[in-house]
Design a protein around this ligand. Structure first.
Ligand code: 5GP
Ligand code: MG
Length: 182
């Protein structure tokens, strides 16, 4: 598994230090409010677990499963919701957490759906944000790290459902997905 990594972008300790600061930002932003976190599975699982334990506010946690990649390295442009019932967010301050903001399609679709449920507010937090022109006009309110436009795995992010358990974020070697035809 480690042989498939071209280079490491963020080591575990770097990520956790950054999460300390990000959690402080979020805590300041929601102080005195009841927060509802909607974690987008599977990618945000590890990010959300580490981040939320650093936020000393009363909060609710819901999860949402969507798919926009279907195993490749390019977004398909369609976002599929894997559950019929959305979390109950009426009148609540919602923070959507995802692993990475790439084209923006996934988070755009999720935020649109949630806004339809009359929440008090909807904001977005991501571990990673790719520096690029996005297909959808959407930005994140809380960002862990800016990265270039390349395909990364680890710390929750997968390629064909692998590598999520790597403790760091790294760039996958091109041969890995070129051979697989992703
Ligand atoms: P978007 O809809 O913004 O194009 O893509 C968001 C989703 O695509 C993310 O939640 C993530 O699952 C996947 N994604 C986008 N870029 C990458 C990447 O560099 N690596 C991995 N592993 N997944 C990515
Ligand atoms: Mg994914």
């Amino acid at each position: 598994m480690l042989d498939d990594i071209d280079r490491i972008l963020f080591h575990e300790q770097t990520i956790l230090s950054r999460l300390d600061a990000l959690a402080d930002e979020i805590t300041d932003a929601y102080r005195g409010e009841e927060l509802t976190v909607v974690a987008v599975l599977n990618g945000s699982l590890i990010f959300a677990a580490d981040l939320l334990r650093r936020i000393p506010l009363p909060l609710r946690l819901d999860c949402l499963r969507v798919a926009s990649y279907h195993g490749g390295t390019e977004s398909t442009g369609t976002v599929t919701f894997h559950q019929l019932n959305l979390p109950d967010v009426r009148g609540r301050h919602v923070l959507v957490l995802d692993d990475i903001l790439d084209s923006g399609r996934t988070l755009h679709a999720i935020c649109a759906r949630l806004r339809g449920e009359s929440p008090a507010s909807v904001r977005v937090g991501v571990l990673l944000r790719k520096a690029k022109v996005r297909a959808e006009e959407l930005d994140a309110d809380f960002v862990g790290f800016e990265i270039g436009d390349e395909f990364v795995v680890g710390y929750g992010l997968d390629y064909a459902e692998r590598y999520r358990n790597l403790p760091f974020v790294g760039v996958l070697r091109r041969e890995v997905f070129e051979v697989a035809g992703g």
